[in-house]
Design a binder for this molecule. Structure first.
Ligand code: HEM
Length: 538
């Protein structure tokens, strides 16, 4: 017998649209019964004892007991804002993504974060900053989950638990903020030399931004774009702040953290409240999509490398304005769930092994952080495009689905009769030819160079900025207890720059080792200069 199509009881079950938010003139229980007193529990006489019968007391306390959700396993501390992204149209030649067509405006929510501190930690610490943007496009949600540093510590996501375990507080003392007071962090990055460039960026002034409004953002990985003609290109995404890139110096950061640990959070909210809306231009570096996926000797699938802007200029494709603060921090900033796999037609991922692991990690962690598989229904996570998936039930299900059982093919259910193809706007993975490969655990030889980009970045800094780097390494390594770790870290620094190493070694009272990786005599491009403080005229 064919199942009966269900009649519309949904409205009755769902109730009014915002049934769970504050409504009406009177204070009520969670069931909507009016209260006459929420200040005194029900007792046997004025001195008690308190009665188990007091449902209001138990309901109020029970709900309070469960107010906290786990903080993010990384990037726990953050601040967010709503805004709008307006496309210039310059990306139309390389992508068919609708929200990048000229003049299209798309609502966005951005969450900035530190990586290592807990939810209640200070803002102006030395750390990488997260710069995650959710574009609520008409073709589905696109998330650009980036950082304020263009390179990453590791080349393969399988190392992510290692770097985070090394950098998070010690398990015994839980002393916070990784890169100070921490043997484990320096132990890891001195043994795992592909982390050298990212660590150097952290030790530079980039590690202590003046404001979220004055940070660049980087997608880090290379992405693949697909245009209307079916042509592909490889790109890297960049956010450029119209206010320029600014940092504080270390002493300022110490004072700020003492006087106002919420400095960045307050700065963002105050600026938006005052109408001084921060703006960033989104830009792309475009590379030909060759089978090697290399550009000017740089492996585009190696996330420890950036491409200097002189070699591939950043082309502006749109501008983002943050113009509204969250109404409720928990509902919006805390519950938002980004995912590098949230893609729209015209934007696809590459085989970068770090990105591939991220594609698994975010959804997995959010299932436990947000209590089950239905967190996409939380208002801040709802796409602004119609959703018609076949996901049903599960914890925290708030939708009342209709129709016959969610399976396809299905001849009984009138809704959604066909699967859309690319011609009607579906996301279709770009078909990429794979080389005949042997299954192995390993990495290409092009991932072996761990120093040239650190050298490039260091040599692009001004003398004052280089001094700050020397002071930062000296201070941070000075907090290590183990002499062998300091000595090994000096060996890595010698491979960045022998003068830098000499300064840090002198500061630590240790001999400066010689570089173990020869310096190439070829002149170093000054390119990283445009990577620091880079802006185009607006
Ligand atoms: C969270 C960026 C690498 C796992 C975040 C957030 C950002 C970010 C910005 C904060 C999201 C938010 O504000 O809600 C990056 C960048 C990476 C990177 C730019 C490398 C280029 C990785 C890797 C993994 C990973 C390799 C794991 C294999 C996570 C997890 C969270 C997170 C589990 C918490 C997500 C949540 O609870 O919502 N990351 N990340 N990340 N990242 Fe990454």
């Amino acid at each position: 017998r064919a199942p009966q199509l269900r009649t519309a009881t949904a409205a009755a079950v769902e109730g009014p649209p915002s049934a769970r938010s504050q409504q009406g003139e009177y204070l009520t229980t969670a069931q909507g019964a009016r209260l006459y007193d929420t200040d005194h529990s029900l007792k046997a006489g004025e001195h008690g004892p308190t009665l188990l019968q007091d449902h209001h007391l138990r309901e109020k306390i029970t709900h309070f007991d469960h107010e906290r959700i786990p903080e993010r396993v990384v990037h726990a501390r953050g601040a967010g804002a709503h805004g709008v992204f307006r496309a210039f149209g310059a990306a139309e030649k390389v992508t068919k993504a609708g929200f990048l067509r000229g003049g299209v405006e798309t609502p966005v929510f951005v969450r900035f974060s530190t990586v290592l501190g807990s939810r209640g930690s200070a803002d102006a610490v030395r750390d990488t900053r997260g710069f995650a943007t959710k574009f609520y496009t008409a073709e589905g949600t696109f998330d650009l989950v980036g950082n304020n540093i263009p390179v990453f510590f590791i080349q393969d996501g399988i190392k992510f638990p290692d770097i985070i375990h090394a950098a998070k507080p010690h398990p015994d003392r839980e002393i916070p903020q990784a890169q100070s007071a921490h043997d484990t962090f320096w132990d890891f990055v001195s043994l795992h030399t592909e982390a050298t460039a990212h660590t150097l960026w952290n030790m530079s002034d980039r590690g202590i931004p003046r404001s979220y409004r004055m940070m660049e953002g980087f997608g880090v990985h290379t992405f693949r774009l697909l245009n209307d003609d079916g042509e592909t290109s490889l790109v890297k995404f960049h956010w450029k702040p119209r206010l320029g890139v600014h940092s504080v110096v270390w002493e300022e950061a110490q004072l700020i953290n003492g006087f106002d640990p919420d400095f960045h959070r307050r700065d963002l909210a105050d600026a938006i409240e005052a109408g001084a809306y921060p703006e960033w231009e989104l830009g792309i570096q475009i590379f030909p999509d060759t089978p090697e996926q290399m550009f000017e000797g740089i492996d585009l699938l190696d996330p420890t490398k950036f491409v200097p802007e002189e070699l591939a200029p950043v082309q502006p494709i749109g501008v983002m304005t943050l113009n509204a603060n969250p109404t409720n921090f928990f509902a919006e900033t805390e519950q938002i769930a980004f995912h590098p796999g949230h893609l729209v037609p015209g934007i696809d991922v590459t085989d970068d092994p770090l990105l591939q692991a991220r594609l698994f990690s975010y959804l997995d962690t959010q299932i436990s952080r947000l209590g089950g598989p239905n967190f996409g229904q939380i208002p801040i996570n709802r796409p602004h495009a119609p959703v018609n998936d076949m996901f049903r039930d599960g914890m925290h299900q708030s939708a009342v689905h209709s129709g016959v059982a969610p399976y396809k093919p299905n001849s009984l259910d009138g809704g959604c009769p066909f699967m859309a193809g690319a011609e009607v706007g579906a996301f279709v993975e770009v078909p990429v030819a794979l080389e005949a490969a042997t299954k192995l655990r390993g990495a290409p030889a092009t991932f072996d160079d761990h120093y040239s980009q650190a050298r490039l970045f260091y040599s692009s800094l001004t003398v004052i900025e280089q001094d700050h780097v020397a002071q930062a390494y000296t201070f941070e390594l000075g907090k290590c207890y183990e002499q062998t770790i300091k000595e090994r870290a000096l060996g890595v620094i010698a491979n960045i720059d022998p003068d830098l190493c000499a300064k840090v070694a002198a500061g630590l009272g240790l001999p400066a080792p010689k570089p173990s990786v020869p310096f190439d005599d070829a002149p170093m491009p000054s390119s990283a200069l445009s990577q620091i403080g880079a802006q185009w005229p607006v």
